[in-house]
Design a protein around this ligand. Structure first.
Ligand SMILES: Nc1ncnc2c1ncn2[C@@H]1O[C@H](COP(=O)(O)OP(=O)(O)OP(=O)(O)O)[C@@H](O)[C@H]1O
Ligand SMILES: [Mg+2]
Length: 261
């Protein structure tokens, strides 16, 4: 189905404007965003428009150094653009102060990082429940699904194929890469954030394990109703996604990032 057909099926298309759906269907919309790192001559990102519809699973592809992680940091409110607007859940993230942005991120965005970023001195369950310490909203949502946040962590881990009664007492650093990945996914999903951002979480895996991981991630994201933005420079994964975006196609600064061809 083409983007326009998809818009029409969603009832939100204006013919000819298939790439700009109405705000009601958008979870994320980014307009006229420019960003350059301090001290750098050229913009890393200059994006006229980028959006994610509610419930979409989108693959973002681009060469190393092209600005993928920078874009995710903008979406997460970790950094601010020099100009332009970023709206998430119909809130202007760019207009928020630091504390409000941190809170917004903790409440609404689950990150799966390339290196998982598990905390070595926390237990398996405490690693998963960490976002609930920073977000009352996610804690309340987790508790509404199970009796306690720990019980919800256990439920998610079990769903992802990890037995807490067997693995729970081991340091998380002793878990296999595939197991650590699942812990990182459970941590991103706990408390049902609306947006899941995954920054190359499969790069350490062989091809078969990558597809198995994607299946698992898709199942969980679908069940929670979240929108997924999955970043990778591995084109083999692209066909599994509803939509694929190449950063160089939306980023007019890409000629400075060695991705303009
Ligand atoms: N904290 C930073 N300070 C200054 N420059 C940075 C910083 N982070 C990234 N950059 C620069 O911004 C550009 C884009 O980097 P970014 O990490 O977003 O790329 P990427 O597409 O995620 O690459 P990779 O696929 O290797 O993860 C690079 O030129 C990089 O050197
Ligand atoms: Mg990166």
């Amino acid at each position: 189905m083409s983007a326009m057909e998809l818009d029409i099926a969603n009832g939100d298309a204006t013919p000819g404007l298939a790439h700009t759906p109405t705000n009601t269907s958008l979870l994320v919309s980014l307009r006229n965003v420019r960003f350059n790192w301090p001290g750098q001559e050229h913009d890393v990102l200059n994006i006229e428009e980028f959006f994610l519809r509610e419930g979409e699973r989108v693959f973002l592809q681009g060469a190393s150094g092209s600005g993928k992680t920078t874009l995710l940091s903008l979406l997460g409110g970790v950094i601010s653009p020099q100009s332009g607007t970023i709206r998430i859940l119909d809130k202007d993230v760019t207009g928020m102060g630091h504390a409000a942005r941190d809170k917004f991120r903790a409440d609404h965005i689950g990150f799966v990082f390339q290196q998982f970023n598990l905390i070595p001195y926390l237990s398996l369950v405490d690693n998963v429940t960490l976002p609930c310490r920073f977000s009352r909203l996610r804690r309340d949502r987790a508790v509404s699904k199970a009796a306690t946040v720990d019980a919800e962590a256990g439920r998610l881990l079990e769903h992802l194929g990890l037995d807490v009664s067997v693995l729970g007492s081991r340091p998380v650093t002793d878990l296999s890469v595939g197991q650590q990945q699942r812990v990182a996914v459970a941590r991103a999903l706990i408390g049902s954030p609306e947006l899941i951002i995954a920054d190359e979480p499969t790069s350490a895996l062989d091809v078969e394990a990558r597809f198995a991981f994607l299946d698992l991630l898709f199942r969980e994201v679908k069940e929670s109703g979240a929108t997924l933005l999955f970043v990778s420079h591995d084109p083999a994964l692209q066909s599994r996604f509803e939509r694929s975006v190449r950063l160089s196609e939306i980023n007019s600064a890409s000629c400075h990032m060695g991705e303009g061809i």
